[in-house]
Design a protein around this ligand. Sequence first.
Ligand code: RB5
Length: 148
Amino acid sequence: MRLVFGSDHGGVTLRRHLAEIARELGHDVVAELGATDESHSVDYPDIAVAVCNEVLAVSGSLGVLVCGTGQGMAMAANRVPGIRAAVLSDGFSAAMARAHNDANVLCLGGRVVGLGLGRTLLVTFLDATFEGGRHGRRVEMLDALERR
Ligand code: RB5
């Protein structure tokens, strides 16, 4: 799967860890954008938009955004039309965000989620598939909200 990663300084350690795992699992990590280390302070909205644009550039791509809590990244990402970003910290929600909401961006808190749980959330998110059907109709309703 084509994946795009990004983080601010609050998420750089988890982002690096998860990007490496994704490569080991055979995914195509096309970019790692954002902070280079925890002392390199950057503004999360800029990173979120850059990652989302790269996700939207190729159909079927997914993004992973990490900041301190995941919240700021998700708020920024969900302002980009076509992006459905979910802040996740439990496995059930990680699966449902893809299966029911067709989420295309996973947001995590580098100061909330440990490396082990982060791996579980990433793998669960990537392994899940959108169920369509009634969920497809609801996702179309989300798209319609963008056109109001
Ligand atoms: C940066 O200190 C922090 O505010 C940011 O990483 C994120 O948690 C915002 O939502």
